[in-house]
Design a protein around this ligand. Structure first.
Ligand SMILES: [Zn+2]
Length: 76
């Protein structure tokens, strides 16, 4: 019996480190309606589903498309 935890599944409130610009909108669960300022997304890079504010994501996507990397995750 080996109860291993999956580290990349930190729950919908934990955002992955790929950057908001890679998130794709997916269908919300019913209980997420109590958080109307958040949208449910799936990361197109790592596949993690997570909640994020619509405003933050649209800002990140707009920044990426306009050529600015200001909204990207800072380089290590
Ligand atoms: Zn990701």
């Amino acid at each position: 019996m080996n109860h291993k935890r999956q580290p990349h599944h930190g729950g919908p409130f934990i955002n992955c480190s790929c950057g908001l610009a890679h998130l794709e909108r997916i269908h919300r669960h019913w209980w997420m309606k109590i958080l109307p300022w958040l949208r449910f997304y799936c990361c197109s890079r790592c596949g993690k589903s997570q909640l994020a504010s619509k405003r933050a994501v649209s800002f990140a996507v707009t920044s990426l498309r306009s050529g600015s990397e200001a909204a990207q995750v800072p380089a290590p």
